[in-house]
Design a protein around this ligand. Structure first.
Ligand SMILES: Cc1cc2nc3c(=O)[nH]c(=O)nc-3n(C[C@H](O)[C@H](O)[C@H](O)COP(=O)(O)O)c2cc1C
Length: 350
């Protein structure tokens, strides 16, 4: 399937030499935004995509997990590599090495909760220490001659929502775009994202600001853009099982109405090619396992099935242990009378 790429919108955000083709970006998600998913989202309309975070410690890069995370073969420009760590010198070195390996933009992770790298605080835990944040940003920006971007939360905690100060530090350090998740670190993923802090950050900065958090449909994307004045929105969990969300938000922004939902044939094609890409990228054993969580998300998002049917179908799929069985099941599940036929079969693996 080919999508014609429309010209970038007037006033489109620019990050270094790269102009965002639209205003909808795939968020980095460890364990989700691997190469097959990034390529799929890109093909289905994501303006650009950010990979899973890579540890800043090069001594861990030989592991298969890191090697896979650093694999950007066949991906269109710009290849954005996110690094995570807590040591300025190590992050600077990681940025340099990734640039040598083909990264075109380095993104620094100060947005992800509950992460420690080499026993040092990393991700959003860094937001508590503004001096360290400044040291890291200066070191990484000085280390590479490609654009460096930053992803943060609105701050450390409710009492110290220091996102605005961090954002100003970032701009002063030469960061070229800032993504802000509308929750502070202590909230983790609870409660609802707030967009006031993002709006305030946008009003104080002249670099592109990307609004993130709880964007799961086109109307919400448009509302968040209008409310915050942000240059783009970043979608994470809303893309799980719905990689069409990028074109859906983009279409809504352009025409003020929802585009038609993907047809059953289109869903079938995408699901099939996604699972095939997972098998090819991870090998059959791991590919079959990883396909389960993605198919689970597609099922949760499939309006043909009730929640109990979705649960039953996920159970069936999770019991399948080979690529062939997974493909046969997918072909069956994508038939019009799928629910009746599949559920009548009971245990599919038998
Ligand atoms: C499974 C998962 C993995 C994540 N991994 C990363 C990561 O590697 N780097 C990062 O900066 N944020 C990470 N995040 C945070 C997301 O990028 C995003 O900020 C957050 O999910 C809020 O956006 P959403 O409501 O659209 O999902 C992760 C989130 C999830 C759910």
């Amino acid at each position: 399937m080919t999508l014609t790429t429309p010209p970038p919108p007037i006033g489109a955000a620019r990050i270094g030499p790269y102009v965002l083709p639209n205003r909808v970006i795939l968020a980095p998600m460890a364990g989700v935004t691997d190469q097959p998913f990034r390529q799929l989202c890109r093909r289905l309309g994501a303006g650009w995509v950010v990979g899973e975070m890579v540890t800043a410690d090069p001594s861990l890069w030989h592991t298969r997990k890191s090697q896979r995370r650093m694999d950007h073969r066949g991906e269109p420009d710009p290849r954005v590599v996110q690094i995570a760590g807590g040591d300025a010198e190590m992050l600077a070195q990681a940025a340099r090495l990734n640039a040598e390996l083909g990264a075109q933009i380095i993104d620094i992770n100060m947005g992800c909760p509950a992460k420690k790298v080499c026993n040092k605080a990393a991700g959003s835990a860094l937001l508590r220490d503004e001096a360290l944040v400044a040291e890291i940003l200066d070191a990484v920006v000085a280390a590479v001659d490609i654009p460096v971007t930053l992803k943060i939360r609105t701050g450390w905690c409710a009492e110290s929502n220091n996102g605005v100060r961090i954002a100003q530090l970032a701009e002063a350090a030469g960061i070229q775009a800032l993504a802000v998740h509308g929750r502070h670190r202590q909230q983790r993923y609870t409660g609802q994202a707030e967009y006031d802090t993002i709006a305030e950050i946008k009003s104080r900065l002249s670099i592109p600001v990307i609004a993130n958090g709880d964007i799961t449909n086109p109307e919400k994307g448009a509302e968040v853009l209008a409310y915050t004045g942000a240059d783009a929105v970043m979608v994470g969990r809303g893309a799980q099982g719905n990689p069409w969300i990028f074109q859906q938000v983009d279409h809504y922004l352009q025409y003020g109405e929802r585009m038609a939902l993907p047809s059953l044939t289109e869903r079938h094609q995408v699901l099939h090619s996604h699972v095939a890409a997972l098998h090819a990228f991870y090998g059959t054993t791991m590919g079959v396992r990883i396909a389960r969580k993605h198919v689970g998300w597609y099922l949760s998002d499939d309006p043909r099935f009730t929640p109990p049917q979705q649960r039953a179908l996920k159970q069936q799929f999770n019991a399948l242990a080979s690529p062939e069985r997974q493909f046969t099941w997918i072909n069956d599940a994508m038939a019009l009378d799928a629910a009746t036929r599949l559920l009548a079969k009971g245990s599919y693996a038998a």
